[in-house]
Design a protein around this ligand. Structure first.
Ligand code: CTP
Ligand code: MG
Length: 223
């Protein structure tokens, strides 16, 4: 098994509301992208980062100690377009691909190991997930339609791992849904997606409060 990690980092981070693109926002001594690359690099043979168009050089500079082992390429308008763009730059010998949000910068090794182990056991699509903690209700026009069965729902994280040819096939039919993850594209092909254990530290830095948590994790050290 030869592994590549694609790190989509081309989002602007609108919900974080920072002047910089989210991946360049500092947490402790380094930016979010640096932390994400540092967490991924020891688990894979190749790393490709998708950066916002026009920011490729700044992104490269922010992780310069990892370049040229890490390639920075131009991302797209939505996340799946960024992943599709990075997929084109994967080395010939790569057999499996992990797709990992830059915004999940503090994902512990255990999550990588769970996903990689499942791939090595012959699973073609693997996602890490955690149980729901809140009660989930379906609503319309500020009225509750129904209460979902919480035990049947999970919170999905990354890295999501795939056999290379399956991920490539999934991205041939790209989705216009900006929230679609890579597993969704695989589900669309009718393929099975396996679930392994995620970790609370694999949270996605999304809103300003998440930066408070990120700083706590940096000071405490990675799990
Ligand atoms: N991403 C990407 N290309 C895009 C949009 C998102 O590579 N066109 C990446 C982000 O950089 C992030 C990951 O996908 O690492 C998950 O997306 P999200 O957390 O939604 O980040 P943003 O899209 O940057 O944030 P927001 O939706 O608040 O603008
Ligand atoms: Mg987004």
């Amino acid at each position: 098994m030869k592994l590549a990690a694609i790190i989509p980092a081309a989002g602007s981070g609108e919900r974080l509301g920072h002047a910089l693109p989210k991946a360049l926002v500092q947490v402790g001594q380094h930016c979010i992208l640096y932390h994400a690359v540092a967490g991924a690099i020891s688990h894979v043979d190749q790393v490709i980062v998708a950066a916002p168009s026009g920011s490729e050089h700044i992104f490269e500079h922010s992780i310069k100690e990892f370049v040229p082992a890490v390639k920075v390429v131009t991302g797209g308008e939505i996340r799946s377009a960024s992943v599709a763009s990075a997929l084109k730059h994967i080395d010939k010998e790569i057999t499996h691909v992990l797709v990992h949000d830059a915004a999940r910068a503090f994902t512990p090794a255990s999550v990588y190991l769970e996903v990689i182990h499942a791939l090595s056991q012959g699973k073609d699509a693997v996602i890490p997930a955690l149980p729901m903690v809140d009660t989930i209700k379906r609503v319309k026009d500020q009225l509750v339609l129904s209460t979902e069965e919480r035990a049947a729902l999970v919170r999905v994280q990354t890295p999501q791992g795939f056999k290379r040819d399956l991920l490539e096939r999934a991205h041939e039919k790209s989705s216009s849904d900006p929230n679609a993850d890579d597993a969704f594209l695989v589900e669309q092909l009718g393929e099975r997606v396996h679930v392994v254990m995620g970790h609370e530290d694999a949270f996605k830095i999304t809103v300003p409060n998440d930066l408070v948590l990120a700083n706590l994790v940096v000071n405490r050290g990675r799990s």
